[in-house]
Each structure stands twice: as structure tokens, then as C-alpha cells.
Design a protein around this ligand. Structure first.
Ligand code: SOE
Length: 373
């Protein structure tokens, strides 16, 4: 039996996931068979050509006609359309894979997590934090779980981009609080905060982030609307910084920006424990830098061997993989969970945990003080 998939959204993320779905039968033959059945969007003519390009059998302009009809619903639309269609799909018993951040608001994320809970554990609801599926990140998690870094003291993460540093860069939904929720914080910071929770969130490592002191900054207050003679206000942050305290007392320091001149997609995370340290950079995603007890410097581990996570599915050892492979891995895991009625992580509950942190950063910024999560 093959799973029919309905996908809302056909731009950047639509393409990234459609590519992943197309790769699965070739590289992950044990993945369930899937059909790219329906592509959903509002602009009919753009939708038609996207469906052809991305290999979908049909199109629909109303998600309500789709969520009940397909075996799996992917919500890859802008943040403000995450909640309603995802909740409707879950109420119809359809598994949902939703892009991050889970919702523009904490309330929206809570409603989505409640719908996932009500649907039951055999209806997976996944939040697409793709960086959990980088082989080097999985490798790092295995080291951490084995206790190789000892007691965790520091977690430091930053996600730097620069596509808004030009004040004439056009306004988009990503600049609007109603549509996006927050700016660099939710779009980029959500990835880093999720990675921190994924890597050290277990109680025997650092545990949850319990307190946060955050700062949000908007550098350009309004932007031109493309093709129109008008500007619109920017109502989200262009950058955020935060310090955090984990349950075990470890300290976290986090940052994201769309104004970090020269940095295109620079996502890094560093962890220091009593027995060692590690560093990961998305710009060198096939590597992990590791400093072990008693060593005087970092060694660079190439995470490209066939016994490294996911790599036996790709090329001979040493042949590197890229950003798009993270989508193949997460689609493989999510669809396998759907086919087997298993739980999937990151779940909506994990997405909600991140949303609590995003809300805490904004609350702290407003209050000018530390806040509990
Ligand atoms: C923003 O520029 C963006 O596309 C994010 O939305 C993605 O989540 C990130 O992976 C790359 O950057």
C-alpha cells in the first residue's frame, strides 16, 4: 500500500520536501511507498506549474478539501497557516508533518500540541526541525548520551544570516508579527533552541532550559513592498540574543540575526562538558570538532563513514552530503513512523517546548529581566 501525501506550500520548503520524497525510493528502499498526490495553494496558475515541477498528481486551492482525503498532510506554508489546517487534519486522524516554528504564538502551538495529543500516538504529528537529522548532529548526540563529554556546563548556539541587511530588501510575511510570530528569533533561533534541547535536554545531561534573559532588536522599521509604491512596517525582530540557564545549572548563550553581514546560513552549536567539548557548524556539516579529556586541542572527525548515521544509504565512505539530505532523512523517519504507527520526534510537543522558549525570550525582552520558562 502506498501513502498519499497532500502538501500545503510549494515554495522553498515545498521544494525541499518534494525533493526528499522523490529521493526516498532510490536511497531508502525500506521507506514506505508514497504518492505525491495533491499540492495545495491559493494562486492557481503558480500552483499548476509548481505541481508539474515538483511531481504532484493534482492540485487544490482549499486545504479543507484535502486534509481528510489523504493519508498524510504536510503543512509547509507560512507560520500563520500552520495551526488551523494541521488541527483539522489531526481531528480527521491524518498524520501531520509541519514546518517550524510550530505556530506564530504560544497559544497556537498549545492548541496544535493538544490536537496531536487527542489524535493519539499512532497518528504522528511531527515538527520539521531538519537539523536534528544531520549525521554529525546524531553522532554528537550519541557521544553526549554515552557520557563522553561528562557534566554539561556550556551550550552556545548562533544562527547568522544577512538577507535583510539591505534596508531596501523587500517586505515579506517574515517581517510581520501576525503572520510570522517573531523574526530571526522564531525562524532561526527555533532551530538552535531545538538542537540544544535535542542534544543536552535529557535529565542526565543539562535538562530543560528553565530561565531566560533575552533581547530582541529591529534595525529597519519599515520596508518597501515589491512592485508597489508603498512601505510596510517591520513588526518582528531582525536579531535576538539570549542567555539561558539549564536545569542542571549549565549556562546557555544563543543568538540569531538576519543582519550578520557576510553570513549566509551560518548555524553553529558548541557544547563544553567536564570531560570534553564539541563544535558543529552547518557550513561544514560533514564534520564534528571534538576535544576529548586530556587532549590539548580539537580533532576534526569526518562524519562520512558507512557506519555513521544515515550514511550507508548514500555514497561510498568519504563522499560528503549536503543540506538537502537532512530533509530526506527527516522524511524517511517521519513516513516510517506513519507506516508503522510509531511515535516521531521532533513531535508537536517538541515544537511546543521550543515555542515556550521563544515566548520566554520575548517576555524577557519586554520586561527587561530574567523570566522563568
Ligand atoms: C530563513 O532564511 C530560512 O530559510 C529558515 O526559514 C530555514 O528554517 C533555515 O533552514 C534556512 O533559513
Amino acid at each position: 500500500m502506498s501513502l498519499s501525501i497532500g502538501v500545503l506550500g510549494y515554495r522553498f520548503m515545498g521544494k525541499a520536501h518534494a525533493n526528499a520524497l522523490a529521493r526516498l525510493p532510490m536511497f531508502f528502499p525500506d521507506a514506505p511507498d508514497v504518492e505525491r498526490s495533491v499540492l495545495v495553494g491559493r494562486d492557481e496558475s503558480a500552483l499548476e506549474s509548481a505541481a508539474e515541477e515538483l511531481g504532484f498528481a493534482s492540485t487544490a486551492t482549499d486545504w479543507a478539501d484535502v486534509v481528510d482525503d489523504v493519508d498524510v498532510f504536510y503543512n509547509l506554508g507560512p507560520n500563520h497557516v500552520h495551526a488551523e489546517p494541521s488541527i483539522a487534519a489531526l481531528e480527521a486522524g491524518t498524520p501531520v508533518f509541519c514546518e517550524k516554528p510550530l505556530a506564530p504564538t504560544l497559544e497556537g502551538a498549545e492548541e496544535m500540541a493538544a490536537a496531536a495529543d487527542a489524535a493519539g500516538s499512532d497518528v504522528p504529528a511531527g515538527c520539521a526541525f531538519n537539523y536534528r537529522f544531520v549525521p554529525a548532529i546524531r553522532y554528537a548526540k550519541n557521544l553526549l548520551e554515552a557520557g563522553e563529554l561528562g557534566e554539561i556546563h556550556h551550550v552556545r548556539g548562533r544562527y547568522l544570516q544577512d538577507w535583510l541587511v539591505d534596508p531596501e530588501a523587500p517586505w515579506s510575511w517574515r517581517n510581520d508579527a501576525e503572520l510570522a510570530g517573531s523574526g530571526a528569533l522564531g525562524d532561526l533561533g527555533s532551530h538552535t533552541l531545538d538542537l540544544a534541547q535535542f542534544l543536552v535536554g535529557d535529565d542526565d545531561l543539562a535538562g530543560d532550559i528553565e530561565r531566560i534573559n533575552g533581547h530582541c532588536q529591529t534595525f529597519v522599521e519599515e520596508r518597501p513592498v515589491e512592485g508597489e509604491d508603498e512601505t510596510r512596517p517591520v513588526t518582528v525582530d531582525d536579531a535576538y540574543t539570549a542567555q539561558a540557564e539549564f536545569a542542571n545549572g549549565a549556562v546557555g548563550s544563543f543568538e540569531a540575526s538576519r543582519f550578520a553581514t557576510g553570513h549566509k546560513n551560518d548555524h553553529t552549536i558548541e557544547i563544553h562538558g567536564s570531560k570534553g567539548s564539541l563544535k558543529f557548524s552547518l557550513e561544514r556539516l560533514n564534520e564534528l570538532e571534538l576535544l576529548r579529556e586530556d587532549n590539548r586541542g580539537y580533532e576534526t572527525i569526518l562524519v562520512t563513514d558507512e557506519d555513521d548515521p544515515y550514511l550507508d544509504h548514500w555514497w561510498p565512505p568519504g563522499h560528503v552530503i549536503g543540506w538537502e539530505h537532512t530533509f530526506v532523512h527527516e522524511n524517511y523517519e517521519f513516513l516510517s513512523a506513519v507506516a508503522n504507527g510509531d511515535e516521531f520526534a521532533p513531535s508537536f510537543e517538541d515544537g511546543l517546548a521550543v515555542q515556550r522558549l521563544l515566548e520566554a525570550v520575548e517576555r524577557s525582552d519586554e520586561q527587561g529581566s530574567w523570566v522563568n520558562v
